[in-house]
Each structure stands twice: as structure tokens, then as C-alpha cells.
Design a protein around this ligand. Sequence first.
Ligand code: URA
Length: 189
Amino acid sequence: MFATWKELQAACESCRRCALCETRHNVVVGVGNPRAQVMFIGEGPGENEDLQGEPFVGRAGKLLDKMLAAVDLDRNTNIYIANTVKCRPPQNRDPKPEEQACCMEWLEAQIALIQPEIIVCLGRIAAAQMIKPDIKITREHGQWFEKNGRLWMPMLHPAALLRDPRKKPEAFEDFLRLRDKLEELNQEA
Ligand code: URA
């Protein structure tokens, strides 16, 4: 594990553990507040993210930012956003299990440094890897799971909402549940 964020960032940026390093432009480590109470985990960088070196900067990211803003969350101040894999899978295919396995150490190190109280997994791939392998995202999104002393919530992936905008209201409900939980935790504190 890594003692400092700087060490983790440098090691992650020079990673060559899997074949995704051959085709990447940038390692997309993550963005946000390293002391955030809430961490978001997506699947993996797409084309824009690979080119800019930041997660969720394309159309799906713009939608994510809007939903975050509606509940007073912001990638540059009070959350941290990362992905299950830090390098873009070619043609945006799903990351392979071995790529996810190689990359897990980085994500675990990020979680260990941030120590978020809440982790939101965006989409089935991240939720299956981090919450439970047989997750049914259409049925179980918005539910709270307790694991390793933290609260976890699977949410619909913003790219899925762009493909099917009828799902936006139910996705937004999950953001409201997240806001309520934060209010509850911060009242207790
Ligand atoms: N989709 C993801 O899952 N992650 C990103 O960073 C961008 C799009």
C-alpha cells in the first residue's frame, strides 16, 4: 500500500501490468478531493477520458456532473471519482476480468487513502466487481449495501441514461437517497 497520494499517483501512472498500457494515451487515475466522504467508481475511461486524463469528461460525465450538482456534490470539492480500470479498453469494450484484477490494487489503494464512508458504483461492471458479482443493477440500483465498514450504493451508469432517458427519474431518486444519507451521517457526527 502507499503512504502518500503522490506515491500512489506516480506508481499508477507508470503501470504496465496489463496490455491496456500499450494503447492508452493517459492513465486516468481519478479526480477530486482525496479526503472525500463519498467516492464514485465507474467502469473505465472512454476516448475523451483517455485523451484528457480525467474520468467522466464526455457526454456521460456532463450528465453525471449535473446530477451531482443537484445534490450539492462536485468533482472538484467534495467527492472523489475513479474507475475500476485506469486505462481505456480499446473501442470501449468491457474491461476483461484479468485487466480488472491487475487494476484492483490501484483502486484498493485509493480507497485506503481516501477512507470514504460511502462508495457509489456507477453501472453493472463496477457494482459487480465491488459490491457483489451477481448484482442486478436494474433491480438493485439505489439500495444500500454494507461491506467492510462502509456503505455502498449501485447506481445506473450515466451512459445508460443517455441511451434510455426514460430511466433518468429513477436514477435521480438514487442521488436524492445519497443526499439524505449524507445529511443523516453528518447530523450524527
Ligand atoms: N464511463 C466510465 O465508466 N468511466 C469514465 O471515466 C467515463 C465513462
